[in-house]
Write a protein that binds this ligand. Structure first.
Ligand code: ARG
Ligand code: ZN
Length: 872
């Protein structure tokens, strides 16, 4: 267990050294027994000619392993020829080539950190990325050591009828009540891609023929009760396999592809070679128990992990500073896949919404770090939105700069040139340069410079000449006071007074891209009249755009722009300016709503074209996003402003909302795009009506809750009942819990609905729920559902004036840290806005965090100290 005083070490990119020894082959034997698992590992070691260190000394990682024996080339090692301090094993006097065998014992049953080998609902499974393999056996636990793995698993037949590892099963047998299987993975891989599963699981089997005609067995495993929830993941997997062949020319390379669903999981899923391990929340789906958003998440995560087989596994990272090499690229790939499977315009807006509302705050707060960080304490803390989502935007910008054909040539070159190697972000960009002839040296600052650039744009029109004046500035971030200009591609169009895009050049193009690469630049266009600029189309760069749009211009963009992102952004700007005025003055909500009415009417009228897009356009910014615009944060005023505007919009557009909620009512369940969008629109309309206290809404929502077609409707109705305090809410919560007590993922939603109910009283509700029999500290999904959602999505509760939200949070942090440091550290990010609070709240939260810090694990301590030392 991690604890106070764990030595904190900083790892630096600048200190990278190649490994002194390579591991050619590792032969593992994992013998699972109740209470104790014995791991025997045989490493065939070879001195690395690329290292400037001589052969002789080898340092292996090994976390809290109990050594039974160590043996070098058949000779038992005596205590004076090695040293083990509980973290590192140093062996001296090694020849350049040798075989090191270790026998250690570990205790998966006691592993609540869910890193290494651990138990979940009776099965045994692994999570090795980033540094979990060292909790299983001694190894050079770094991604640039690629080895061939042969793994034998032994266990009791009855408890663990299924024994899995990477690659193909090559041998198996029985020994009385026990049995064993040997797996061989022909592809050399870093140990973070190792996986092992032992359990009694149900399997959904299918097959896939690759483009070159090789059959692949597809096996999805889950607990028996969940066998009926695997079809969607299977379909998503097959779609992803086909898509990667067609879009990137990438085929699958083993005979078997397996996914195992696990209830206890720190993150979303893991791309272990041939044996993915998934959080149940990212793989199980059934319309009765899973919302539409849940279905989409499964599709994208299944694809993401599959795509890693090339972007991550065949070509991996040299060191963890390059994490975004695989994660940013793979997120870009999964985003493109989902866009192709569903509505591309809606998907882009959803992704941008997520980025600006979650990654931007990270990039503007104490946790800001470059996409390729220069240093870290715990790498687990760097599985961030910046590495993943901003990293994906950086790849997307390169895609747009190169165009689809050159990008494809560059990705082919990348996969071919570096197949089987561990490489860097520079290697990736070099391929982009080689195939395009572009010089991306300045562009590469996106990898090394943290913070969100602000693009300040003004314009002028004189006699046929329209000029855009652009300034870029990236505010300071921790450790990076001065910023250099980035390469910012700005895609734009110019709209005339009817909202039509005008021709911008002699060829008659109505859209163009300008590259902003200096602190200040101007761009001229010959156009016949004064225009409204449609800027950053498709969200062509991850920047904050500062342009003084008038409300009339925003109305024009929202009504006429052909770019989905720009329409959504126009709507957000209109909402923000109304809400900003209402913070502290909610009494004006009615007149703000009346001013918005004609603009929104037009959006609602067009809802039948694309209900999902309409729902996005008609959704108000969150309290968190609104709160970030007001300093110091005033959570109550923000809450009242948003609530007032929601109610007023419900009232002034009551007829339209009524019409929508009726129009999208369905008798039969469907997963078609319009059916999903229709459910979004209907629930949104009901939300506005509920906020307005519209007559009959309680009955309509109650009816929906009682007779839902699917979980989206059932949960949507429950949320409306609870969040609007409608009559029957308590009964509905009780009925829901009784109905779904056996479905863990549905119960997570039940906790989350209550924890996100806006209001200070929610803190006492949530505190009481900690004692609910279904609440478990050892189940990360449950902790996130109850504690994480309150902290991150219910600011008026979290920042309750009397500090009870902070007490709830700090107690949870301390309690969780003793069980699972990784999840605790992630949760601690909820305090990142500490310095934006007014003095009283700030003092209360600071004191609480300092108390937690005293006993914090290394993971949690890194996050807390960054937050506590923030002086922004
Ligand atoms: N590589 C995984 C992914 O697909 C993330 C796993 C990281 N897990 C961890 N505990 N750090 O995104
Ligand atoms: Zn990933």
């Amino acid at each position: 267990m991690e604890g106070a005083n764990t030595a904190i070490t900083t790892t630096r990119l600048a200190d990278y050294q190649p490994p002194v020894y390579r591991v050619e082959q590792v032969t593992l034997d994992v013998d699972i027994h109740p209470g104790q698992t014995r791991v025997t590992s045989e490493l065939q070691l070879q001195h690395n000619p690329d290292s400037d260190q001589p052969a002789g000394e080898l340092v292996l990682n090994g976390e809290a392993l109990v050594i039974e024996s160590l043996n070098l080339d058949g000779e038992t090692l005596t205590q004076d020829s090695y040293h083990y301090d509980g973290h590192l094993l140093t062996v001296r006097d090694l020849p350049a080539q040798c075989v090191l065998t270790s026998v250690v014992t570990i205790e998966p049953e006691k592993n609540t950190a869910l890193e290494g080998l651990y138990q979940s609902n009776g099965m045994v499974c692994t999570q090795c990325e980033a540094e979990g393999f060292r909790r299983i056996t001694f190894f050079p636990d770094r991604p640039d050591v690629l080895a061939r793995f042969t793994t034998t698993v032994h266990a009791d037949k009855a408890t663990y009828p299924l024994l899995l590892s990477n690659g193909n099963p090559v041998d198996w047998g029985e020994e009385g009540t026990r049995h064993w299987v040997t797996w061989d993975d022909p592809f050399p891989k870093p140990c973070y891609l190792f996986a092992l599963v032992a359990g009694d699981l149900a399997c959904l089997e299918d097959s896939f023929n690759t483009a070159s005609g090789r059959p692949v067995a597809l096996r999805l495993y889950a607990e028996h009760r969940d066998l009926d929830k695997l079809d969607h993941a299977m379909q998503s997997l097959k779609n992803a396999m086909r898509w990667d062949e067609q879009t990137y020319g990438r085929e699958y390379d083993l005979d078997i592809y397996m996914i195992v669903a696990v209830s206890h999981f720190n993150m979303g899923a893991m791309e272990n070679k041939g044996l993915n391990i998934f959080n149940t929340a990212c793989v199980l789906a059934h319309p009765d128990t899973t919302t539409d958003a849940g279905f989409q998440r499964v599709e994208s995560v299944v694809a993401h992990e599959y795509f890693h087989n090339w972007s991550g596994n065949r070509v991996t990272c040299r060191d963890w500073f390059q994490l975004s090499l695989k994660e940013g690229f793979t997120v870009f790939r999964d985003q493109s896949f989902s866009a192709d499977m569903n509505s591309a315009a809606v998907k882009r807006v959803e992704d941008v919404d997520f980025l600006v509302n979650h990654q931007f705050p990270e990039d503007q707060g104490p946790m800001a770090h470059p996409v390729r960080p220069a240093e870290y304490q715990k790498i687990d803390n760097f599985y961030t939105l910046t590495i993943y989502e901003k990293g994906a935007e950086i790849v997307r910008m390169q895609y747009n700069l190169l165009g689809p054909e050159a990008f494809r040539r560059a990705s082919d070159r990348y996969f071919e040139q570096f197949d089987g190697q561990a490489v860097t972000c520079d290697d990736f960009v070099a391929c982009m340069e080689a195939e395009s002839g572009l010089d991306l040296s300045q562009f590469k600052r996106w990898y090394s410079q943290a913070g969100t650039p602000v693009l300040t744009v003004t314009d002028e029109y004189h006699e046929g000449q329209y000029t855009l004046h652009v300034r870029q500035h990236t505010p300071a971030t921790p450790g990076q006071p001065d910023k250099a200009p980035l390469v910012i591609p700005v895609k734009l169009a110019l709209l005339d007074s009817n909202g039509q895009a005008v021709a911008m050049d002699e060829q008659g193009n109505r859209e163009t891209v300008v590259i902003v690469d200096q602190s200040e630049q101007s761009f001229r266009f010959a156009v016949p009249e004064a225009v409204t600029p449609s800027l950053l189309r498709g969200f062509s760069a991850p920047v904050v755009l500062d342009y003084p749009y008038t409300e009339a211009q925003l109305a024009t963009l929202l009504a006429h722009d052909s770019d989905g992102y720009c329409r959504w952004n126009a709507a957000q700007r209109l909402y923000f300016s109304a809400l900003d005025r209402l913070v502290g003055d909610p009494g004006q909500a009615q007149s703000e709503a009346l001013a918005l009415k004609p603009v929104l009417e037009r959006v609602i009228e067009r809802a039948k074209e694309d209900p999902a897009q309409a729902a996005l356009l008609l959704t108000l910014p969150t309290e968190v996003a609104l709160g970030d615009r007001h300093s110091p944060l005033d959570p109550r005023a923000v809450h009242q402003a948003r609530r007032a505007l929601t109610g007023a919009l419900g009232q002034v557009l009551e007829e339209q909302w009524q019409a929508q909620q009726q129009a999208w009512q369905r008798q039969d369940f469907s997963m078609e795009g319009d059916a999903i969008g229709g459910r979004q629109m209907r629930l949104l309309a009901l939300g506005y009506l509920a906020a307005a206290g519209s007559a009959g809404v309680t009955e309509t929502v109650g009816e929906l809750f009682g007779h839902p077609l699917c979980m989206t409707e059932e949960l949507g109705a429950l949320r409306l009942l609870v969040h609007h305090g409608l009559p029957g809410a308590d009964q509905a919560l009780a009925d829901f819990a009784a109905r779904w007590q056996g479905e863990a993922l549905v119960m997570d939603q039940w906790f989350a609905v209550q924890a996100t109910c806006p209001g200070e009283d929610t803190v006492s509700v949530a505190s009481a729920l900690l004692d609910h029999p279904a609440f478990e500290w050892t189940l990360p999904n449950r902790v996130r559902a109850l504690v994480g959602t309150l902290v991150n999505a219910n600011p008026v509760a979290f920042h309750a004036a009397d500090g009870q939200g902070y007490r709830f949070f700090c107690e949870a942090l301390a309690r969780l840290d003793a069980i699972n440091p990784q999840v605790a550290a992630r949760l601690a990010n909820g305090a990142a806005r500490l310095r934006r609070l007014e003095p009283q709240r700030q003092a209360m939260l600071e004191k609480g965090l300092q108390g937690v810090q005293q006993k914090a694990s290394a993971n949690l301590s890194e996050v807390l100290s960054r937050i506590l030392t923030d002086r922004s």
